[in-house]
Design a protein around this ligand. Structure first.
Ligand SMILES: [Zn+2]
Length: 77
């Protein structure tokens, strides 16, 4: 998975997690809590595993920009 695709999937997962959080706060069911935690874990795993520089492989952290903060090469975003 490329960085651009990974970012799209990450944002989609974050949106689902946020939606589940809102639903959980409204209805407070165990099923929603389980789904919320599951979605949160998937989002975290995608962030840790795929949000990396395509050149040096370093994790890009919270602010993913046009250039890698570690090696300075273009990230392709
Ligand atoms: Zn890099």
């Amino acid at each position: 998975m490329g960085l651009k695709k990974a970012m799209q999937v990450l944002w989609a997962c974050a949106a689902v997690t946020l939606l589940l959080l809102v639903l959980f706060l409204r209805f407070e069911t165990t099923v929603l809590l389980a789904l919320l935690l599951g979605a949160g874990c998937v989002t975290a795993v995608i962030w840790v595993v795929f949000i990396r520089c395509p050149h040096c492989g370093a994790h890009l952290g919270r602010d993913v920009g046009k250039y890698c903060p570690h090696c300075g090469k273009e990230t392709g975003l």
